[in-house]
Ligand binder design. Structure first.
Ligand code: MG
Length: 281
């Protein structure tokens, strides 16, 4: 595989990525896919998506799980609703994630990812052990089919994430690093965090954002790639430094305005292509 193939976050019927029919127009070699709704998570649909991707010459490098009643409205709502952390939905969502892992395997993809939710910062906190345990169950299911589980970054500090990975203690637990989330959630300076968690990073998002005036309390703003506080050149240099040469997956979630989404993704592809040749050649 060429170093740093560019990709985009895409959707079939669920999630906020670019629409399926846009993938081939972008002429990119890779995508990450938001898992489709439950009725499409079967062998037949997976085989159909797989042959469509093959025909487009596109490789799916990760399938992201998401859940119907999650909301990213504001930070307290994320704490309450996102991932496997909320206790009332944990069991049913674990079951869904196991199905998503199977779907991903039928699609020929060795990576499943998700926002686990707000993991308590202190390992001795109430419920921490249960979150470790549900993550182990999911990792073990993925491991049986030679898959990795990637945690989307953002809600934890670098230290919190490293501690959690150690507590889970599974070789196939890795990180999908999203530099903008660190800024949006106010959890830390992204390049510094990347250098700390580098050895665990197995996929990345290329997304940009600006800091909130109350980091950790209110959202920062997601902005087009290159216009935020991440510093894309520094980010790519840091990726090179930690030895990451896998896909650079652009994530730009403004499905309410597909035209603007496509235009901004086109600019992001141009920016990443320029930086790639500058940094790697
Ligand atoms: Mg992301």
């Amino acid at each position: 595989m060429d170093s740093w193939p560019i990709g985009v976050f895409a959707s079939v019927d669920a999630g906020l990525g670019v629409a399926w029919d846009v993938i081939s127009d972008l002429k990119l070699p890779t995508i990450q896919l938001h898992a489709p709704h439950q009725e499409k998570r079967n062998r037949e649909s997976a085989a159909a998506f797989r042959s469509q991707l093959d025909a487009m010459n596109v490789r799916c490098t990760a399938v992201f799980g998401g859940f119907e009643d999650e909301s990213y409205a504001d930070i307290p709502t994320v704490v309450r609703t996102v991932g496997l952390v909320p206790e009332s939905t944990r069991h049913s969502r674990l079951k869904e994630m196991l199905e998503i892992a199977d779907f991903s395997s039928w699609l020929g993809c060795d990576t499943v990812a998700l926002h686990l939710g707000f993991i308590p910062h202190d390992p001795s906190a109430d419920g921490y052990g249960d979150i470790v345990s549900v993550t182990q169950q999911l990792c073990d299911h993925c491991g049986q089919q030679d898959q990795f589980l990637h945690l989307e970054t953002g809600q934890e500090t670098a230290e919190g994430l490293i501690e959690f990975i150690q507590q889970v203690g599974r070789e196939n637990l890795k990180i999908n690093f999203d530099p903008a989330n660190m800024i949006l959630y106010g959890t830390g300076e992204p390049i510094e965090a990347l250098m700390q968690v580098g050895q665990h990073v197995r996929s990345v998002h290329c997304k940009d954002g600006t800091w909130s005036d109350q980091p950790g309390v209110t959202w920062g703003a997601e902005v087009p790639l290159g216009q935020g506080d991440v510093g894309m050149e520094k980010y790519l240099q840091a990726l090179k430094e930690i030895g990451y040469l896998g896909p650079l997956t652009i994530e730009r979630e403004i499905p309410q305005d597909p035209e603007r989404q496509r235009a901004e993704i086109a600019q992001a592809i141009e920016l990443l292509t320029d930086l790639r040749s500058k940094i790697l050649d």
